[in-house]
Design a protein around this ligand. Structure first.
Ligand SMILES: NC(=O)c1ccc[n+]([C@@H]2O[C@H](COP(=O)([O-])OP(=O)(O)OC[C@H]3O[C@@H](n4cnc5c(N)ncnc54)[C@H](OP(=O)(O)O)[C@@H]3O)[C@@H](O)[C@H]2O)c1
Length: 193
């Protein structure tokens, strides 16, 4: 796969007030009970087909620790057998072959290792890693799934972003469960590319 074909997407779900987790890391609020009659539904087969288009996942260590906790609680592993890269400077448990750890320069990792090998690269959080990815001008696309709930305080979608990032709204889709998915393109050609 040619590196020029690759596409880096940041995707997370957030409360309407822009938080991806409570301050203590809990994401219990992700289960909402809303119903929006005119919204779309996605059949399990559609979800499965869509997930197959993702070539690798990248996540921060705290998001990985949440995923491990879910797995230990019997809630499963959301990333299947798709290669999953965890950014960390620590030594963390590895429960499956598809997980690899990396530490260091994120721009070099994305441009020299991920882009030449994977076409569809999904950064799945959390806020620290997403902000680093945007600060370094590495993202092509941003998918923001807004859930119908306000939680008041928590971990922001982007932690400590130090400048404005202008976006192009490419798609808006509302779902039956009250979730709205916004898809933005991140203008290319700034520093670090
Ligand atoms: N709502 C959603 O869709 C969603 C999605 C994802 C996560 N979350 C939630 O968000 C929370 C975690 O987010 P977060 O912002 O606190 O943390 P995070 O972004 O998941 O992880 C940050 C950590 O990743 C490591 N890291 C980042 N960049 C690195 C680099 N270039 N090299 C080496 N290590 C690097 C560092 O940890 P080390 O100390 O290990 O080096 C850093 O402290 C969890 O509660 C999770 O459940 C929610």
């Amino acid at each position: 796969m040619a590196s020029s074909d690759s596409r880096l997407t940041i995707h997370m779900a957030a409360s309407l007030d822009g938080f991806i987790a409570r301050k203590d890391g809990r994401v219990d609020w992700l289960e909402t009970a809303d119903e929006f009659a005119a919204g779309a539904t996605m059949e399990p087969a559609e979800v499965e087909a869509f997930l197959k288009t993702i070539d690798c996942y990248v996540m921060g260590s705290r998001t990985y620790e949440t995923a491990l906790r879910f797995e230990s609680q019997g809630l499963g592993w959301a990333y299947g057998n798709t290669p999953t890269f965890v950014l960390t400077t620590r030594s963390l448990p590895r429960t499956r072959d598809s997980v690899q750890f990396h530490s260091g320069d994120l721009a070099r990792f994305v441009n020299d290792r991920l882009r030449p090998a994977y076409r569809t690269i999904w950064f799945v959080g959390g806020g620290v890693l997403s902000a680093e990815c945007l600060r370094l001008d590495l993202a092509d696309e941003l998918r923001y799934s807004i859930l119908p709930v306000l939680i008041g305080e928590g971990i922001s979608f982007f932690e400590k972003l130090d400048r404005d990032v202008a976006l192009h709204l490419a798609e808006v889709k509302a779902y039956r469960n009250g979730m709205v998915e916004l898809r933005y393109e991140v203008p290319r050609g700034r520093s670090a590319r």
